[in-house]
Design a protein around this ligand. Structure first.
Ligand code: AMP
Ligand code: TRP
Length: 353
């Protein structure tokens, strides 16, 4: 019998791994430019809170970025910019591992191994692929199609237990759980934990300032659709002033935001920035017109985002410091990744002569 088999007939988890399995977070942002308020409120801000309770690994997912064409210089610049955003927002590079995905070979390696047990039917359900591939699906790259497998590999490579993301990533996370389950079943062991999504906070889906029915996104051609993390105070004020609204005042009762997507979005953003519920914001502003509300919202957005944006600018002007963080993070990530890849190779039967 295999000496690695445990009492229950399943292969045992290697010694020293059990405690690691308890609570480990993995999450990532693509270095594709225009980091915005949705990235901050839906993801990065929540990570800052989590770093005291979990072992955290935060990645800049450059291999995901290249599933669509990227300019090489811009890709490098955006990789440093996302790193700067993490640190400026309050993620501590000593406590957490911060690194860019392509520096740890295990992501690509595990992605292939998991791809070999992912049915096409599962991938065909992914709505993000359908959105990003558009009408000409035949022309979409294999990487864009396999994107969710690489994302599952990111998480499972570290046996992460929790994954804090915005709501748009929910379907990808369900797939990551399915893939982990498929691996465990195929080899009849409890090797990968099934990662739990953590969709946290009051703003899990921040919408465009120009259209309350579409999500705020890095790739929206209109810069007025989003508040970028590096926008200065005048730009933030201008964008909020121009944000689409409707002619009605803010309702006193939060239920009355139903069917008013732009109003609901601005109230939601205010609430998330002020740590108030939408109902509380409605109580405070009920009956007031948008002109007053927008003035207060821009002051609030500037007071929260201004210092973070300024710190980001300062950090990107010191690429040496940022690169040191990434280099050290890659070393630490690689230590875990290489150990797990070796285990997975053993489980699958890939000979290491
Ligand atoms: P991405 O910009 O696609 O790399 O996303 C990075 C993180 O930000 C993920 O956790 C997303 O779920 C989150 N995110 C992106 N856009 C939004 C949005 N409009 N509202 C809330 N979270 C978002
Ligand atoms: N797909 C995610 C996004 O666009 C980014 C991402 C890649 C990610 N790998 C991940 C998020 C692993 C969480 C965990 O937002």
């Amino acid at each position: 019998m295999d000496k690695a088999l445990g009492d229950d007939g399943h292969r045992a988890v290697p010694p020293g791994e059990r405690s690691e399995l308890m609570k480990r977070i993995f999450s990532g942002v693509q270095p594709t430019g225009n980091l915005h308020l949705g990235n901050y409120l839906g993801a990065i801000r929540n990570w800052v809170q989590l770093q005291s309770d979990y072992e955290c690994i935060f990645c800049i997912v450059d291999l995901h970025a290249i599933t669509l064409p990227q300019d090489p210089d811009e890709l490098r610049r955006h990789t440093r910019e996302v790193t700067a955003a993490y640190v400026a927002a309050g993620i501590d590079p000593e406590r957490c591992i911060i690194f860019n995905q392509s520096t740890v070979a295990g992501h690509s390696q595990l992605s292939w191994l998991l791809g070999c047990l992912t049915p096409l039917g599962w991938l065909n359900r992914m709505t993000q692929f359908k959105e990003k591939a558009g009408k000409h699906r035949e022309n979409a790259g294999l990487g864009l199609y396999a994107y969710p497998v690489l994302m599952a590999a990111d998480i499972l490579l570290y046996k992460a237990t929790h994954v804090p993301v915005g709501e748009d990533q929910k379907q990808h996370l369900e797939l990551a759980r399915d893939i982990a389950g498929a691996f465990n079943r195929r080899y009849d062991l409890a090797y990968f934990p099934l990662p739990e999504p953590q969709i946290l906070g009051a703003a899990t889906r921040v919408m465009s300032l120009r259209d309350g029915t579409s999500k705020m996104s890095k790739s929206d051609p209109s810069d007025y659709s989003r508040i970028n993390m590096t926008d200065d105070a005048d730009t933030v004020a201008l964008k909020i002033r121009r944000a689409k609204t409707d002619p009605e005042p803010i309702p006193e009762d939060v239920e009355a935001l139903e069917g008013r997507p732009e109003a609901a979005n601005l109230v939601g953003i205010y609430g998330a920035l002020a740590n108030l519920s939408r109902a509380e914001v409605c109580r405070q502003y009920g009956g007031k017109g948008f002109a007053d509300f927008k003035k207060d919202l821009s002051d609030l957005a500037v007071s929260v985002m201004g210092p973070i944006g300024a710190e980001m600018q300062r950090l990107v002007s010191e690429p040496g410091y940022v690169d040191d963080i990434l280099r050290r993070g890659a070393e630490r990530a690689n230590e875990i990744a290489e150990r797990h890849i070796k285990e997975v190779h053993d489980i699958i039967g890939l000979l290491r002569p």
